[in-house]
Ligand binder design. Structure first.
Ligand code: B12
Length: 210
């Protein structure tokens, strides 16, 4: 088992201290932080996903895996968030109402920050009105909506409608993402774009603002 598979396995097992030790070890060995995230930390959640679906893992175990992943992310975060880079634009991010999943959204936030965007993170279970208030306050160029449940996908449309109703939609680029979301769904609800992972989200933000 190489270091990345060991890290992925410790995330999957929810073993915080091993995740912390292995992440520190990889950092000390000069491994690219994005590789640590992609080949180790995310890979661990990729082991979790099918097991959760098949009923072989339960919510408390998935929570432990998610927390372990966060432990690793917190360690690599300072290495990739470069505050000296001038801001490429402001992005407002949040997981829509009714949805508590934030691992993917947090990754998008981190990668955007590392790519020089200023990101305002509204957290999880964010109602449409809160997005509206935050757009008024922060005047972002881009709003990113995350949803992991098929039952919360309609809240994306509701958020876009709420922004439209108060006349804030036109100047904004709205991106959607999350496992059940697709390009065709994005088009259907009138979003400006969809990305299937954090790197693609960053490229999309750059393209939309260029
Ligand atoms: C971890 C997890 C949990 C954790 C969440 C912990 C946390 N802090 O996030 C816990 C245990 C709390 C949980 C709870 C539940 N979950 Co859950 N969960 C998952 C799981 C296993 C992994 C999700 C994940 O983190 N993936 C890893 C990240 C890196 O990937 P990602 O989120 O897709 O994000 C990437 C891209 O999508 C994209 N992206 C994400 N957001 C955005 C936004 C923008 C703007 C852009 C451009 C891109 C983008 O970039 C990200 C990074 O690359 C999925 C399985 C799956 N296949 O997705 C189920 C899953 C999403 N959960 C599911 C369910 C059913 C639930 C519960 C209802 C279970 C229950 N009975 O209580 C609850 C709902 C709670 C709620 N109200 O939200 C189902 C949803 C089924 C469906 N059809 O809707 C899934 C698919 C599992 C399954 N059954 O197959 N869950």
């Amino acid at each position: 088992m190489n270091d990345f598979s060991k890290l992925a396995d410790s995330v999957f097992r929810g073993d915080f201290s091993t995740v912390a030790n292995l992440t520190k070890q990889l950092i000390d060995n000069g491994v690219d932080p994005l590789e640590i995230i992609n080949k180790g930390l995310i890979e661990g959640m990729n082991i979790v996903a099918p097991k959760f679906k098949a009923g072989e893992m339960f919510v408390p175990e998935v929570m432990m895996a998610a927390k372990s992943m966060h432990t690793g992310l917190e360690l690599v975060k300072p290495l990739i968030a470069d505050s000296d880079v001038p801001s490429k634009g402001t992005v407002l991010m949040g997981t829509v109402k009714g949805d508590l999943h934030d691992i993917g959204k947090n990754l998008v936030v981190m990668i955007l920050q590392s790519g020089g965007f200023k990101v305002i993170d509204l957290g999880v279970d964010v109602p449409a009105e809160k997005f509206v208030e935050a757009v008024k306050e922060h005047k972002p160029q881009i709003v990113g909506l995350s949803a992991l449940l098929t039952t919360t996908m309609p809240a994306m449309k509701e958020t876009i409608n709420a922004l439209q109703e108060v006349g804030l939609r036109d100047g904004l680029k709205i991106l959607v993402g999350g496992a059940p979301v697709s390009q065709s769904f994005a088009k259907e609800i009138g979003a400006n774009g969809y990305a299937n992972d954090a790197m693609a989200a960053k490229e999309l933000c750059e393209n939309l603002l260029s």
